[in-house]
Design a protein around this ligand. Structure first.
Ligand code: IPE
Ligand code: IPE
Ligand code: MG
Length: 247
């Protein structure tokens, strides 16, 4: 074997796509462009969510993680927050049976304790109903923040240290990873952000350490199978190195 081929063998094969995470941005601007209220954009965005889920199922992804409401989105006008959370309840109540029929397992990540009792009940019911499904794992990030996620994990470890169950020098990357959201599933391969902004907005901070990123100007309500496919094709052309050498 030539030395070149030998080196090639050290290259991790990273192009298999298992887990896509999406920052669904641009609903407000989409509505504004049409001279409508922002909530109209969120309603149209719910249709894009349905399309993205169907695409993920037909593409046989292991997991799809959607950023629906950030821990900072409470800063928006009260009317918009209320309308968004009501939309969340309505869509979930309406769609849970379809999710179940399609063998999708729903998992909501984020601090749901701040939501209304009705929304919390609806989330728990939907998670429980779909918990044994073996198809797509659908994670909805709601009142989620990457910093919150890390703090939550660190607190759990600190409690173990305090109880004498863990020594500080035993804390490794893996130890903290096990206490963060999404720790049971395939790592995030690809992060898509719609809406033309180039930032992470406190989404999965720890979990995207080696994810690929793909940005598009497309506003979330216009996101469809074709845009999803473009993102995937771009991902498949990438060479993931994970810190290894290039050639
Ligand atoms: C994304 O769209 C949805 C949420 C953040 C809940 P936006 O509401 O942020 O839309 P823009 O960015 O203002 O256009
Ligand atoms: C990120 O979008 C949050 C979600 C998509 C849920 P934002 O619209 O809240 O992000 P910023 O404020 O532009 O960073
Ligand atoms: Mg936005």
């Amino acid at each position: 074997m030539s030395s070149k081929n030998k080196l090639k063998n050290y290259k991790p094969k990273g192009t298999k796509l298992r887990h896509v995470a999406i920052i669904m941005d641009g609903n407000g601007r989409w509505a504004h462009k049409k001279g409508k209220l922002r909530i109209f954009g969120h309603q149209a965005g719910a249709e894009s969510v349905r399309r993205a889920i169907n695409f993920a199922v037909s593409y046989h992804l292991d997991a799809l993680t959607l950023y629906a409401f950030s821990s900072e989105n409470w800063k928006r006008p009260r009317q918009e927050v209320i309308a968004l959370l009501e939309l969340f309840v309505r869509v979930l109540e309406k769609e849970v049976h379809n999710l179940h029929k399609n063998k999708i397992r729903l998992n909501v990540i984020g601090d749901i304790s701040r939501f209304s009792a009705r929304l919390q009940d609806c989330i728990r019911y939907s998670e429980k109903k779909t918990q044994h499904n073996k198809g797509l794992i659908l994670n909805i990030a709601a009142n989620y923040g990457g910093r919150w996620d890390i703090i939550h994990g660190v607190r759990a470890l600190a409690a173990q240290v305090q109880d004498g169950r863990l020594r500080p020098d035993q804390i490794e990357e893996q130890t903290l990873s096990e206490h963060l959201c999404l720790n049971q599933i395939a790592p995030v391969d690809l992060v898509i952000r719609t809406g033309g902004e180039y930032r992470i907005s406190n989404f999965l901070l720890w979990q995207v350490a080696y994810a690929e990123f793909w940005f598009t100007e497309t506003l979330w309500p216009d996101f469809d199978e074709h845009v999803f496919e473009r993102a995937i094709n771009a991902f498949l052309k990438r060479e993931r190195r994970f810190g290894c050498m290039t050639v």
